[in-house]
Design a protein around this ligand. Structure first.
Ligand code: F3S
Ligand code: F3S
Length: 103
């Protein structure tokens, strides 16, 4: 399944989600955070704590958030699987979609 971070996180980046993730699979970009699609264990802990409801499971992803799923996939196809955010320098470079995104 997997979870995705969408529009409400852009330029907000509350970061409460990072504290909750048991496997540290939420990574920082310049404008938003990204959930690693294969490192995520689908526990749902992050969704509950985001104050702006920016996190959704794949099966409840609004159509307009699908580009955010694609952006995360693009980012991690370049970064690979670090095995947790403490293992890599951040912020990671946002994919083009996020860089150009207008809220
Ligand atoms: Fe973003 Fe919400 Fe996390 S605003 S940083 S997804 S707590
Ligand atoms: Fe992490 Fe669980 Fe969310 S594994 S990204 S806190 S669904």
């Amino acid at each position: 399944m997997g979870f995705v971070i969408g529009d409400p996180c852009v330029d907000i980046m509350d970061k409460s989600c990072i504290e909750e993730c048991p496997v540290d699979c939420i990574y920082e970009g310049d404008r938003m955070l990204y959930i690693h699609p294969t490192e995520c264990i689908d526990c749902g802990a992050c969704e509950a704590v985001c104050p702006v409801e920016a996190i959704r499971p794949m099966q409840r992803l609004p159509d307009e958030w699908k580009p955010f799923k694609a952006a995360a996939a693009e980012l991690f196809s370049e970064v690979g699987s670090p095995g947790g955010s403490p293992n890599i320098d951040q912020p990671l470079p946002d994919p083009q979609f996020t860089r150009n995104y207008n809220k």
